[in-house]
Design a protein around this ligand. Structure first.
Ligand SMILES: Cc1cc2nc3c(=O)[nH]c(=O)nc-3n(C[C@H](O)[C@H](O)[C@H](O)COP(=O)(O)OP(=O)(O)OC[C@H]3O[C@@H](n4cnc5c(N)ncnc54)[C@H](O)[C@@H]3O)c2cc1C
Length: 309
């Protein structure tokens, strides 16, 4: 069995691509390992069409149903390695038989660097967040503890002043890369700076109450933000020769095509647009249109028109 397209990742990017590819009447397999940014407990409140917000998981289930309606097949597995023999891709998966495909859309997202105190991952999307664009609004006049170690994080902390003056930045002394300039600016603008490591977060009745540090200090808090960043999921495509940017994200052109003509990427794994559901859906749609285009057989293409002169 050779698939017209294997899409890797069933987050908003991969699902959007799947809906388009299904409607282009392509033979499409969507492979997903089930651990993306969509899989936490958060509610997306800025995605158009849901005035009360929509949970990221519900959006995923709606997308799966929509893709299945157009004949897309789904497979729960993890792609471990992708190779190309000049014509077809072979995708080695953790559990099943290798997959063969004429085109691939890589929509594998990123791995967030959450803090490593016990139970941290259970708080994601409810008491623990990472993104001011997504969740800055929640912090209106609330007490916010932000974990970050560099000037990029410090810049984001300053942006939170739009929402609340009650900001504490916790810097890990073992990874402190804050410049003197950033330190001075944070202090000037009333941000409290604490050096330490989080040992535990105290949650009662679903509300964050306190953040406890390793040295025993207790920080009162309503919300916790991790500004440690993320890493794109590209290990499985390392051998392919796909161009990556310096930060490891997949480089794409305006059609979401990589340097390989039949390999496309979409969503957070690229860094063309902000890491948002809306951008992921857009990029998935773009990648699908471009992948569909390269799949047309010769009989469905006009011969190139001869240029005058
Ligand atoms: C707490 C939180 C709150 C957020 N709030 C908002 C918000 O309010 N508004 C907003 O627009 N955005 C929000 N986001 C961001 C949004 O969730 C992401 O931008 C979006 O999910 C990116 O979609 P994606 O399809 O690129 O990646 P993902 O949703 O991360 O999906 C990638 C998929 O690929 C799969 N995968 C990875 N590697 C492999 C592999 N090797 N083989 C098979 N499958 C693989 C993963 O398991 C995953 O299912 C939030 C994110 C988080 C974590």
């Amino acid at each position: 069995m050779t698939w017209d397209c294997v899409i890797v990742g069933a987050g908003p990017a991969g699902l959007s691509a799947a809906v388009y590819m299904g409607r282009f009447r392509r033979k499409v397999l969507l492979v997903d390992s089930g651990r993306g940014r969509w899989s936490y407990g958060q509610r997306n409140e800025n995605y158009l069409g849901f005035p009360r917000g929509v949970s990221a998981r519900r959006l995923h289930h709606l997308g799966v149903a929509q893709a299945e309606r157009f004949g897309v097949e789904l497979c729960a597995d993890e792609v471990e390695r992708v190779t190309h023999d000049g014509e077809l891709y072979t995708l080695t998966v953790a559990r099943g038989e290798p997959l063969r495909a004429r085109t691939v859309i890589w929509a594998a997202g990123v791995r967030d660097l959450w803090p490593d105190f016990p139970g941290a991952r259970r708080l994601v999307g409810k008491q623990l967040f990472w993104c001011i664009v997504c969740d800055g609004w929640r912090t209106l006049d609330r007490r916010v503890v932000l974990l970050g170690n560099d000037d990029h994080a410090a810049g984001t902390v300053l942006q939170f002043l739009t929402y609340t003056p009650h900001l504490t930045m916790v810097v890990d002394p073992d990874h402190d890369e804050l410049s003197a300039r950033a330190l001075q600016k944070l202090r000037q603008d009333g941000v409290r700076l604490v050096r330490g490591r989080v040992r535990r977060a105290v949650v009662r009745e679903n509300e964050l109450r306190e953040v406890l540090l390793a040295d025993g200090e207790r920080l009162e808090a309503d919300l916790l933000f991790s500004l440690y960043g993320s890493r794109p999921n590209t290990a499985a495509i390392a051998e392919l020769g796909v161009d990556l940017a310096r930060n490891g994200h997949v480089r794409i052109n305006e059609k979401n095509q990589t340097n390989l003509e039949t390999f496309f990427a979409a969503g957070d794994v690229t860094n063309k647009h902000g890491h948002q559901v809306a951008s992921a859906v857009h990029e998935g749609a773009q990648a699908a249109q471009a992948a569909n285009h390269v799949l047309y057989p010769e009989r469905q293409q006009l011969p190139a028109l001869a240029r005058d002169g």
